[in-house]
Design a protein around this ligand. Structure first.
Ligand code: SF4
Length: 421
């Protein structure tokens, strides 16, 4: 391997699914300041945010690569969860201003809820003042979507579903400890279409131990056959404290070779661009006009509300994470608003670093104002930009006045970002 050998963006491609971006800002977190509820963290008054993220923490099985907050023991807890959601919607409505443009219900597995429970959850969300053209996404596991649930979602106004396929190869699903039958991805899409939801994303993972380039090509083609408008393709990463990482450490398998992972990244771009998809973010591809508007809010560092245990939010320059434990989240003896952790008050330098981190993920890159602000806060960044331009990793789009990664630069973006932030 030489310096010019492309390296996969293992850290940049922040695993594992498209919604991962909502936690992207955690990358450059500073120390928390001790606020313990959302009420105590936010300034008084009403706050405007276009996005809303709702976390549903239930799954029927824990996949081995997953570090999202979810657990399998749902019995008797979903009722309490839904009651608390209602109270948190009340609180948020009393503190928000304007309308919501994008909603993302993630998890966990939101579609693990029964159809009646999904009806309750969506009814609560519909209490928000929604923009006429609201984009409303719900994440789904292919095993847990049926006709009744698809109908409930469509009737509520959900107009986009993100299906976690990850792979169409049973052997690789087994490696990931992912429990679903690949044929059920198309079946889930069929239920959604029959209910009137035409817009869906398929999540895929590449770089699975033992996966070949041809097998990855086959996964991409199988996904395309189903007709998604959006694909999220992430390189497998090994998160701390996951079973996958433990198994790697125990030598039960070898991680995918970096050069092969880079080839898979290139193959993804070639295949999906040839099929008419725009590569608009490091790991995300969309048919023109079907970019995920909710994730664009994260990547453009705009504010969003967060409801549910472990959900991260960004309001009035304050970042926070709702406590990642259902029991603590439900326990409101002393306060009305959500208990939070990792609160960070506004900080211009950090905000700029975060904006750089997330905006450079987009193929549109950053505008001149952000570039200038970044340099003013840290003049050494000018040299980093200039070197990356000379090396062909960054390029200027003079007409749009933006600085962005080149195709080759996308593969080496981690190195540049590490120097910038
Ligand atoms: S279904 Fe999704 S959230 Fe649940 S364990 Fe698997 S990857 Fe994690």
């Amino acid at each position: 391997m030489t310096e010019s050998t492309p390296q996969p963006n293992s850290a940049l491609s922040l695993p594992i699914r498209e919604r991962r971006a909502e936690r992207g800002a955690e990358a450059s977190r500073g120390p928390a300041d001790g606020a313990t509820t959302l009420d105590s963290a936010l300034p008084a008054g009403r706050h405007r945010a276009r996005g809303l993220y709702v976390h549903v923490p239930f799954c029927f099985h824990k996949c081995h690569y997953c570090d999202f907050y979810s657990f399998v023991d749902r019995e008797g807890r979903s009722g309490a969860y839904l009651e608390q959601i209602e109270r948190d919607v009340d609180w948020t409505l009393a503190r928000m201003d304007g309308t919501i443009d994008t909603i993302f219900v993630g998890g966990g597995t939101p579609t693990l809820l029964e159809a009646t429970e999904l009806q309750t959850l969506t009814a609560q969300i519909k209490r928000f003042p929604l923009a006429q053209e609201v984009e409303w996404t719900v994440e789904a596991n292919p095993e847990t979507i049926d006709g009744a649930k698809a109908q409930v979602l469509a009737a509520a106004g959900v107009n986009r579903v993100s299906i976690g396929a990850q792979s169409f190869d049973l052997r690789h699903l087994k490696t990931l400890e992912r429990w679903h039958d690949p044929v059920n991805v198309a079946r889930a899409a069929g239920f959604l279409r029959a209910a009137g939801i035409e817009n869906f994303n398929i999540d895929l993972i590449f770089g699975i131990p033992g996966q070949t380039l041809e097998e990855w090509r086959s996964d991409l083609l199988r996904a395309l056959e189903i007709g998604p408008r959006h694909l999220s393709c992430y390189g497998l990463t090994y998160e701390t404290n996951t079973a996958m990482t433990k198994r790697l450490e125990l030598g039960q398998f070898e991680a995918c070779d970096e050069a092969l992972e880079a080839e898979m990244f290139e193959l993804t771009r070639e295949t999906l661009e040839a099929a008419g998809f725009n590569h608009y973010e490091v790991s995300n591809y969309a048919r023109p006009g079907s970019e995920c508007q909710h994730n664009l809010i994260y990547w453009r560092n705009e504010p969003w509300w967060a409801i549910g245990p472990s959900a991260s939010g960004f309001i009035a320059g304050h970042r926070y994470k709702v406590v990642p434990r259902l029991g603590d989240w439900l326990d409101r003896a002393k306060h009305a608003s959500q208990p939070i952790t990792d609160h960070e008050a506004p900080n211009a330098a950090r905000h700029t670093s975060e904006a750089l981190m997330v905006a450079l993920r987009l193929t549109e890159g950053i505008d001149a104002a952000l570039e200038q602000r970044a340099i003013e806060l840290d003049p050494t960044r000018r040299g980093v930009f200039e070197k990356a331009l000379t090396d062909g990793l960054l390029e200027r789009d003079l007409r749009a006045g933006r600085l962005r990664f080149t195709k080759r630069g996308m593969l080496l973006a981690n190195e540049v970002l590490a120097q910038l932030v």
